[in-house]
Ligand binder design. Sequence first.
Ligand SMILES: [Zn+2]
Length: 420
Amino acid sequence: MPSIDRKDSLQMYRLKRTLDELVSKEGRGTELVSVYVPKGRPIPEVMNNLRQEYSTSANIKSDRTRKNVQGAIDRVMQRLKFFKETPPTGLAIFCGAIPQNGPGSERMETYVVIPPEPVHISYYGCDAKFFVEPLTEMLREKEIYGIMLIDSSGATYALLTGKRLDIVKEITSGIPGKHRAGGQSARRFERLREMEVNDFFKRAGRHADEVFLKVISLQGLVVGGPGPTKHTFTEGDYIHYTLKQRLLTVLDTAYIGEQGLKEVTRKAPEILKGVRHLRERQLMQDFLYEVGHDTGLAAYGEEEVRAYLSKGIVKTLLLSEALATLRVSIKCSACGYKERKTIQSLHVDSFEQEILEIACPKCRNMTLTIEDKVDIIDELAELAQKTNADVEVISTETEEGEMLHKSFGGVAAVLRFAPG
Ligand SMILES: [Zn+2]
């Protein structure tokens, strides 16, 4: 199995969730403020810049827009004051008046994002939408992949970094075509040709080692080419075994060289998705193994997993990206009674209404209120991290992921040892 250092699935899930929310927001005018602070830029400098933007915005004609823009800048500055220094990956703040329920219902909303990867731009902008592209960029698969194309005429070596493709090396085999020269015996020609091909494979393998082994963060290798040559090559003993372990797929292309590379990159999104899916499948299969063999090391369902998390015996926590569930803290404002409940995100609004008509179980007053709501993925992940359990957020894009969501309630765990 290829060993893949992948991005932290929990961090990426969080970023994706925030982005989904930010993208859905729209202001009434060009009045939503987005601010990016790159790593290393001092906060006081950013504050100065915002003060200037504040005075510039005094020129905005529309009263409402001016008021909203200045209000947003003001809030961004208030939030920045909480930071003694810029976080190691920088910072992004979004603020603006968002209509809640048609015109006139605007409410100021502020989002502070500490990104999982360094922010490189210094930015202030005002628009009808939040400027999220630098964060969206972080979600793209950016690992480096090696591509090698081979047929009997030669080989091409390239590196794919995000969307950028660099050809590193091209070699030719020097092997003549399949037609033997006159007078040569067929057997002798075949034997010679076989030797030449073998020598070429050895040479092509050495070049592959040379090109790809030094790429420390190489996530995987894709080998392609026309005809059966690529299979003979990858099945033989021509490339270093660590490279072989990282072989993701062998695929058919009509050409080697630049043309062939274009074919591979067209298929790249699918290949990369396949890598992520492979990892998710492995995680789920590990869990299903424990279930199937009744080892006592599998747990599932929110309640059961929560109990094992608090005992600290969870090794790997598996959470479905499709959970859409909140952990709600309820408090009685009269007697201080507290309770926590798990509610589907969809039903939270109606739950907030219902709770006003329910008597507190302790003092019997109608004084229950919702104190706090958190995404259950965050809540369980936090419990897991306290005891050094691995947390994996699993998509529903594979059959196994779908199973986690549908059959196991979206929450599952592999335990460190079977509970007594
Ligand atoms: Zn009460």
